[in-house]
Design a binder for this molecule. Structure first.
Ligand code: MN
Ligand code: MN
Length: 467
């Protein structure tokens, strides 16, 4: 009798699917690797707060691993390790393998390097009541109240009157000032408290405090504004009109740190989607294969719909596939049909504090591994490319064979909301594509949280996919 029961127990175990926690299934060695990998990731994240910075830090990493710059028109040959820098805001890395492109296609990892933030308007500077501010226009889906009363840094570029481009990065170093968006004191918030969170802070009140010193001169009319103008002129050679040809972003002024007594988690700004970009970048650079042709896309503008000439919808991606295919005498239609893509983006980690919006059976659990999202979209899969069972089956088997900790997820409850990724723009080109990535807690907040186990599982998944 006893023996029979244990057989049934075994059979139940075999027939049932159960998510497994990375820290329970990984051995000591792997956990140590995951922690070391996380330390390097934190540095990457701190140096990549905007897409421009992410392109720079990624190029630096790639060059250390033997990649060199490619420009349209250059010859492409087997063994090449190249990167295409699209306007300093979008980077495509590729490695040409020995395999026949017509048979093997390209293995593509696509993630994005832009994150929600406050963009400075084109005519932003004004003074009011002894303080100077910059007007902002928020970028991406933010909860406005989260961006008040926290230290902010300014990152970006200004193209001056003389055409010269000046880089701005202020608020990060210990000796640098930070910037700030005001919030209302609780004592006078009776009316604000009655408003829904979506309107409690108005978009036009997200003004960045940049000065408070009245210039001591009778002739000067706007004294605080003048102090600021003088300072930015001295520091960057800027005049007020130069804001019009600038891309300045206010981003959180703090760096990534371990979260929790056990240090299993990481808090940081911009995990979405650098937490997938970094594994994609490190996978193409460290993949031990000369056979496969691999491509990594680090896209801009995902947070505002993948638009423009640096977003995933830009033709540069398919142009590059065309050019690579042509270099080996293959039509790109043939190459795309044989290519496979992991659209690497974060998923919503199940949060027990907000359990009502999640459907727990189909949510990503933090530390239960990299999360495959068969579809995204909203209101009944609207706007989703919905990967095929065959392709999900392929990816799933691959991850199992390589001992990768993984799970599947949807964003949340069917009617709770929705979202999308770059997946559909790649799938549209006749490339099998599925979303996969790291579960995030407090997605799009100025400080998001992820698990080191999930970060490392995602890296392992990408390595398995490209090898
Ligand atoms: Mn994302
Ligand atoms: Mn996002």
């Amino acid at each position: 009798m006893k023996e029979k029961k244990s057989t049934m127990e075994e059979l139940e175990k075999e027939l049932t699917f159960k998510k497994e926690n990375f820290f329970e299934v990984a051995d000591e060695k792997k956990v140590k690797e995951a922690f070391n990998y996380a330390d390097d990731y934190k540095k990457y994240l701190d140096n990549s707060k905007t897409e421009r910075e992410a392109v720079k830090t990624s190029i630096e990493y790639a060059e250390k691993h033997g990649f060199t710059e490619y420009k349209f028109g250059d010859k492409i040959k087997k063994g090449d390790k190249k990167y295409l820098n699209n306007r300093g805001k979008n980077l495509i890395l590729f490695k040409i393998g020995k395999n026949d492109l017509a048979k093997d296609g390209i293995r593509i990892l696509a993630s994005h390097i832009d994150s929600p933030r406050l963009d400075i308007k084109q005519n932003p500077l004004y003074e009011d009541s002894g303080m100077a501010y910059l007007k902002t226009h928020y970028y991406g889906g933010i909860k406005k109240y989260q961006w008040t009363a926290i230290p902010l840094a300014l990152h970006g570029v200004v193209v001056l009157e003389n055409g010269k481009s000046v880089e701005v990065r202020i608020g990060e170093r210990e000796d640098e000032p930070v910037f700030y968006v005001d919030d209302l004191l609780p004592h006078l918030s009776r009316e604000q408290y009655t408003k829904p969170v979506s309107t409690a802070i108005d978009g036009e009140t997200l003004n960045v405090l940049v000065g408070g010193r009245a210039f001591k001169d009778k002739e000067v009319k706007e004294k605080v504004k003048f102090s600021v103008l003088k300072a930015i002129n001295e520091q960057y050679g800027m005049k007020e009109a130069d804001f019009m040809s600038a891309e300045l972003c206010a981003v959180p002024a703090y760096n990534a740190k371990d979260v929790g007594f056990d240090r299993a988690l990481i808090g940081g700004y911009g995990h979405d989607d650098k937490v997938c970009s970094y594994p994609a970048l490190t996978a193409i650079c460290n993949a031990e294969t000369d056979d496969r042709t691999i491509m990594v896309v680090l896209a801009d503008k995902e947070e505002i719909g993948s638009e423009g000439n640096t977003g995933m919808q830009c033709g540069i991606f398919s142009d590059l596939i065309d050019v690579i295919s042509l270099s080996f005498g293959v039509h790109s239609a043939v190459v795309r049909a044989k290519s496979k893509c992991l659209s690497a983006d974060v998923t919503a980690g199940y949060d027990p504090n907000f359990a009502s919006v999640y459907e727990k059976r189909n949510s990503s659990l933090v530390s239960c591994g990299t999360s495959i999202c068969k579809f995204t979209g909203s209101g009944g899969k609207g706007g989703s490319s919905d990967a095929s069972a065959e392709f999900v089956g392929y990816v799933r088997n691959l991850l199992d064979k390589n001992g990768v900790n993984w799970q599947t997820a949807e964003l949340g409850k069917v009617d709770a909301g929705g979202g999308g990724t770059v997946a559909k723009y790649i799938a549209k080109l006749n490339i099998d594509t599925v979303d996969i990535g790291v579960p995030v807690i407090s997605m799009h907040a100025p400080y998001e949280v992820i698990s080191k186990g999930d970060l490392y599982s995602t890296y392992e998944a990408f390595l398995a996919f490209v090898k």
